[in-house]
Unconditional design. Structure first.
Length: 401
């Protein structure tokens, strides 16, 4: 008998999402009765606002939503996304420049498929969200990490980008506010990076899904707002998941030049066709309805942000830059490494995360998931009581009475 042909080498090389893996492990322990507190998933603990749910319920009774609709998204939703893009990103686009996707992840995947050719180098500022390098690899691109540590507030500079650029560099990933760090580039920093990309003809894939979750008066200036001429070589990625507590509804979108969007639209017509119509109607309500509850959630995240930063900073050996966006804190824990804790030596943040889960029953994501070792990501998108108790467990584990 002839041996079976091999599985896809490309897919075999793709790693499982580290954040979802840690979250799944935490949930399994919780289901087994362990009192695990998880900071792993970037998922708001709030319920989706009721008026959005009501819009979805109403949509269930419209037979039009039982049928195929345009693969690129409902025209009325694309118009609403165009209005949001103008309002929040300073970019005027038509509905034809927008594709509604199954969550932000599909938009990220399709963006790289549209602008990356085999062997192209994609500059990837690190720490980075775990999906970016895998999506780049699926487009046959080569991710090139450009690391900025806590001393730079995890923000890369033009000089660093220029040092990493080669004649094979065609794309830059730009994320502000950042997952996993919560860092927000200043308007001046954003403009400088945008002008550099423009000067070298480099595409920018800009993930703006956290753009409405900013604090202390910070503003996440879109790179196409800072450098309007860059719009012809930029794809914006966004969605309703984070701002409106709609992670499970799976509605995201991509915005970009007509030629790039046409390619991505062709791909989506074969890949998935239209996003669930009821979820699209819910997203329409989110974007066009009252923003009161979204603002209340943002204020709650701000309160939790200040709490977790102040409490983590009390632990000797932990350095905590102040995140101004998203709902993550990314402490530098190198001061805890190379030591023994309760008889267990830890030399990496991966080992540290395992120790924390085993001995404190707290789930965090190690820095190895996002770039170099020596860091932890904690999401503060969980209930206030659990947030405080989890940090207090860490304080006790590392000798802070």
């Amino acid at each position: 008998m002839t041996e079976r042909a091999p599985l896809s080498r490309k897919l075999s090389a793709i790693a499982e999402s580290a954040t979802l893996k840690v979250d799944a492990k935490a949930k399994a322990l919780q289901a087994a009765g362990r009192p695990v507190i998880s900071y792993a998933a970037g998922e708001p603990d709030f319920a989706t606002p009721q008026f959005i749910v009501d819009a979805a319920a109403h949509a269930l009774h419209d037979p039009a939503n039982y049928r195929y609709t345009p693969a690129a998204g409902l025209p009325v939703l694309r118009e609403a996304i165009a209005a949001k893009t103008l309002r929040d990103s300073g970019l005027e686009v038509t509905a034809s420049q927008i594709i509604v996707t199954n969550g932000g992840k599909q938009a990220v995947y399709q963006a790289f498929q549209a602008v990356v050719n085999p062997g192209d180098e994609v500059l990837l500022p690190a720490p980075y969200w775990t999906t970016y390098p895998e999506a780049i690899a699926l487009a046959d691109g080569v991710p090139v990490e450009v690391f900025a540590g806590a001393d730079q507030d995890y923000k890369v500079t033009v000089d660093q980008l220029e040092a990493a650029r080669t004649d094979r560099t065609t794309v830059l990933v730009f994320v502000s506010p950042s997952n996993p760090t919560g860092s927000v580039y200043t308007p001046e920093e954003t403009k400088a990076i945008g002008e550099w990309a423009l000067a070298h003809g480099i595409w920018v894939v800009s993930d703006e899904i956290y753009q409405n979750l900013v604090y202390e008066g910070a503003r996440a200036v879109s790179i196409v707002d800072a450098v309007p001429e860059l719009a012809g070589q930029t794809i914006l990625v966004n969605g309703v998941a984070k701002t409106y507590a709609m992670t499970g509804w799976r509605v995201g979108w991509m915005v970009g030049p007509a030629d790039a969007i046409k390619l991505a639209g062709n791909l989506q017509s074969h890949l998935s066709s239209n996003v669930n119509n009821v979820a699209q109607r819910a997203a329409l309500a989110a974007l066009t309805g009252p923003q009161t509850e979204a603002e209340e959630m943002r204020q709650a995240f701000d309160r939790r942000r200040r709490l977790i930063v102040s409490e983590l900073a009390k632990i000797p050996g932990v350095t905590v830059p102040n995140p101004l966006g998203a709902f993550y804190v990314y402490p530098d824990v190198t001061g805890l490494l190379g030591r023994e804790w309760n008889g267990t030596r830890v030399d990496t943040s991966l080992e540290l995360a395992d120790l924390i889960l085993d001995q404190a029953e707290v789930a965090v994501v190690p820095g190895e998931a996002f770039g170099p070792s020596g860091y932890l990501r904690l999401s503060y998108a969980l209930g206030d009581d659990q947030l405080l108790e989890g940090v207090q467990r860490l304080q006790k584990l590392f000798g802070l009475d």
